[in-house]
Design a protein around this ligand. Sequence first.
Ligand SMILES: Cc1ncc(COP(=O)(O)O)c(C=O)c1O
Length: 431
Amino acid sequence: MEPRRNFIKKAGVLASVFAGQGFFNQLQAAQFIAAAAITSDDPFIAASDEDYWQVIQQAYTVPSNFINLNNGGVSPSPSVVQQAVERYNQLSNQGPSYFMWRILDQGREPLRQKLALLAGCSPEEIAVNRNATEALNTVIFGLNLQKGDEVIGTKQDYPNMIQAWRQRALRDGIVYKQISFDFPIEDDDTIVKAFEQAITPKTKILHITHIINWVGQILPVKKICQMAHRRGLEVIVDGAHSFGLLDFAIPDLECDYFGTSLHKFLSAPIGSGMLWIKKEHISKIWPLVCNDKPQSPDIRKFETLGTRSFPIEQGIGEAIAFHTAIGSKRKEERIRYLKNYWATRVQNIPGVQLHTSLKPGYSCAICGVSIKGLTPAQLDQQLYNTYKIHTVGIVWENISCVRITPHVYTRIADLDVLVAAIEKIASGVKG
Ligand SMILES: Cc1ncc(COP(=O)(O)O)c(C=O)c1O
């Protein structure tokens, strides 16, 4: 397509993204449209287009006195999202019961539709809640399981979910079993077989983490689900780190239940999450909080939370507009590019070890790194004290490393500081 027609086509697509987003900052929308029009349609080429990403970087309010490379913990929201939450909050406080219940809550169904569009599913399968813990605990505590029924998870799952299953084991006598992986693993079959071998006639549920938060390993969810379904099992997916990062439709994973945070890679307001349940399963899952029709097939039965932050919920819509303006695949490939940028530059430094595969199907944003002779806490401290780089030291089961997580606003110059810091620290450590 010749360039001018291409520009007009892209501008039209983006304008429709912003249409109806009444509060989306018009100036920023114009900048986005102009930047998107000149970058490549190919996400792999756009991944290294610094002129384009500079526009995105400026949409965030990043600190000037340290470099935040722990976006895996929780991600910041761009200013349009922050401003929306503040606006909705001020509105709420002008007359809470009126503005929250009669005005802002009117945005709930449109929000459900936007989330469904992003997740590639029916709005009737989406419940909005406060975080991944709430979403997944709803399923874990809501399933009808009998004494002796088995659930298989892994030692590398997230603690809140492990604890929820242990609580069910204590209270209801279910059997919670954990398998363990030595990541990185670059072979799907190894992972699928490990789950398969743990299954017994009593197994009812597999609990899997889509992207392992400690080291960023991506699990072959669809293959695990297909294997589980052949054996009559259901699968719960913890997608806290995958939604808003990887470009996928939830139904394509072929899982039964999916819970995620929205305040990680989607950059939605802090304290937002989402639950997806395959339509046919909704009626049998008991709500975590009361509902007048607990056995209803209506997904809204999981939203009887009472008074909560409507500003946060409605701010999710702005984050979806921002995310959509970038494009899911373009965002995924940029963040993977940033991870590879620093990781490939340090991987051959003597004493440095990566704890994450760099093969595209096995990781995206998160990569673990360690330096021989230093504990994760020591490396984390040196990175912060000397270089003002904020990361997180991980010591969990068989994993011991520092976790580095860039986001769309991370600058190449920041990663250059990280690479130089790792080089310097590694050269000064006596192994
Ligand atoms: C894999 C995984 N699951 C669940 C959670 C919990 O997320 P939230 O804080 O949104 O409940 C996290 C948080 O980091 C996580 O990494």
